[in-house]
Design a protein around this ligand. Structure first.
Ligand code: SIN
Length: 197
């Protein structure tokens, strides 16, 4: 099997690992750098029609009730796209993984299924589960100027740690994956400007 992988390159490797996968989970926020679930394979992938925004309030991970932190969600944008990671989970572990993620993402996120395009897959799409916090969830904060978001991030902390660490980890992970996201970069720069990053 190793020889076939070597000779046919990335696309074949993806197709072969694909066969064992029971479901794909698309990660665009903390699931990128802290998946904390068992997976068979992972790959950079693009979701069309959405952009990543720090518009979701967090009262259970990076903030507290009455003092929410800001975390990412996906906002509908017909001309936009969001690059993240897809994780391939085996059929045998699917139920257990999704049950744990439902608990972790309970602060406003709901499961959706969207087509995503894995990097290097010559355009072939796969269906992926996506946890998205829509605008009608009770913790949704919506848009704000980047300096206000930075100030809120710099002063927020919750059971999973401080909000600044969330932004820093996401920014660094995207850079390592060669994913360019101007909104995340602007926020990291605004945090530097106010002297906390
Ligand atoms: C995700 O990472 O895909 C969901 C949002 C989050 O938990 O930060």
């Amino acid at each position: 099997m190793l020889d076939i992988w070597k000779s046919n390159g990335l696309a074949t490797r993806f197709r072969m690992s694909n066969r064992k996968v029971g479901c794909w989970i698309f990660a665009y926020g903390s699931l990128i750098w802290k998946p904390e679930f068992p997976y068979l394979t992972k790959r950079v992938a693009t979701l069309e029609g959405f952009t990543r925004r720090f518009w979701q309030g967090s009262i259970d991970h990076r903030g507290m009730p009455g003092a929410p932190g800001r975390v990412v969600t996906l906002v509908k944008d017909p001309n936009g796209s969001c690059e993240g990671l897809i994780f391939g989970v085996s059929d045998a572990r699917r139920e257990e993984v999704l049950n744990a993620l439902d608990v972790r993402e309970k602060g406003g996120y709901e499961r959706n299924v969207y087509p995503v395009t894995p990097r290097g897959s010559t355009g072939t799409k796969v269906e992926a589960l996506v946890y998205r916090a829509g605008p009608s969830n009770p913790n949704f904060l919506g848009p704000a100027d980047i300096e206000s978001i930075a100030r809120q991030v710099s002063s927020s902390c919750g059971p999973s740690g401080n909000n600044l660490e969330y932004v820093r980890n996401l920014h660094e992970s995207l850079r390592d994956l060669r994913i360019w996201d101007p909104h995340v970069t602007k926020l990291a720069m605004a945090l530097e400007t106010i002297g906390v990053n």
